[in-house]
Design a protein around this ligand. Structure first.
Ligand code: ADP
Length: 272
């Protein structure tokens, strides 16, 4: 499914300032990272993509159809994981999923199949009878991801899925997303404020600042602007700084390297 945003505006003060200011973008199947400093408009964008907020002007279409006209049909095609969702702490992981499946109106047979499958996907099969109040931050995020996937969505939209997680928790959830992308071909859009988190996982980065879409490109091309990113309060991945420092120190290294492995290869080649 292709999601298209066209000439989108959203204001909270009757047009005096715009939280989203003339944004257009296309989401074909892939993994996208929407990044930006606080106040950039990320949550507003998340709200509009999930049909929880309406734009003042402009359109969002799914395969050419206006999502706000599609209404429930659109919502049936998306899965979303909001930030800081209050979990039902006394529920076990499995019971939570059953509860969410009932809220989504799923029948018991589909729910049973999906719950089995998803507990496997998010690697929580062994914890299925554990109460959520005993879950780590990473496990909580993974069970929230599972509930977002219950209706087998074509588009998955996540608000800060890695916030507050340690590196292992972060990689666990991002690897789940990568697996989903490869296995199902779904479109995944995640909002994040950390470039380091998403650099290795997303096919495109959309940088927002003051409601404007400033960059919309591959991670490699976006990180070439690391100085401009810094000026708006976003740090490029550590590797970008390292490679640029080495280059300035006279080493013939590839400043476009964005993964540790690429950096290692390039440094070794320069040393040889
Ligand atoms: P981000 O998620 O990137 O931090 P937001 O979308 O929350 O950005 O906010 C974008 C702008 O809109 C900010 O200037 C913020 O103060 C303003 N804003 C967001 N939500 C509201 C609201 N409910 N009422 C008034 N202003 C809001």
């Amino acid at each position: 499914m292709e999601l298209k945003i066209k000439d989108l505006y959203k204001s909270y003060d009757h047009g005096k300032t715009y939280a989203i200011n003339d944004v257009s973008a296309d989401f074909t199947p892939g993994i996208y990272g929407i990044l930006g400093p606080n106040g950039a408009g990320k949550s507003t964008m998340f709200g509009m993509l999930t049909d929880n907020l309406r734009p003042d002007k402009g359109s969002i279409t799914a395969d050419g159809e206006d999502i706000y006209k599609m209404g429930a049909d659109y919502r049936a095609k998306i899965g979303y994981m909001p930030q800081q969702q209050s979990l039902y702490e006394a529920f076990t992981a499995e019971k939570f999923l059953w509860y969410m499946a009932a809220l989504k109106g799923m029948n018991r047979k589909d729910a049973r199949e999906q719950i089995e499958n998803l507990l496997e996907v998010v690697n929580l099969k062994e914890e299925r009878y554990k109460k959520l109040k005993y879950f780590s931050g990473g496990m909580k995020q993974r069970i929230l991801l599972a509930q977002a996937l219950l209706n087998d969505p074509e588009i998955l939209i996540l608000d800060e899925p890695t916030a507050g997680l340690d590196p292992k928790g972060r990689d666990d959830i991002l690897n789940c997303l990568k697996y989903l992308r490869e296995e199902t071909g779904m479109t995944i859009i995640l909002v994040s404020h950390s470039m380091d988190d998403v650099a290795n996982y997303v096919s495109r980065i959309m940088v927002m600042n003051d409601g404007v879409l400033t960059y919309d490109d591959t991670p490699r091309n976006v990180f070439r602007h690391y100085k401009e990113l810094e000026a708006i309060g976003l740090a490029a991945p550590q590797v970008t700084y390292l490679m640029n420092d080495l280059k300035r120190a006279g080493f013939d290294v590839n400043t476009d390297a964005i993964t540790i492995n690429e950096a290692k290869e390039s440094i070794l080649a320069a040393l040889r």
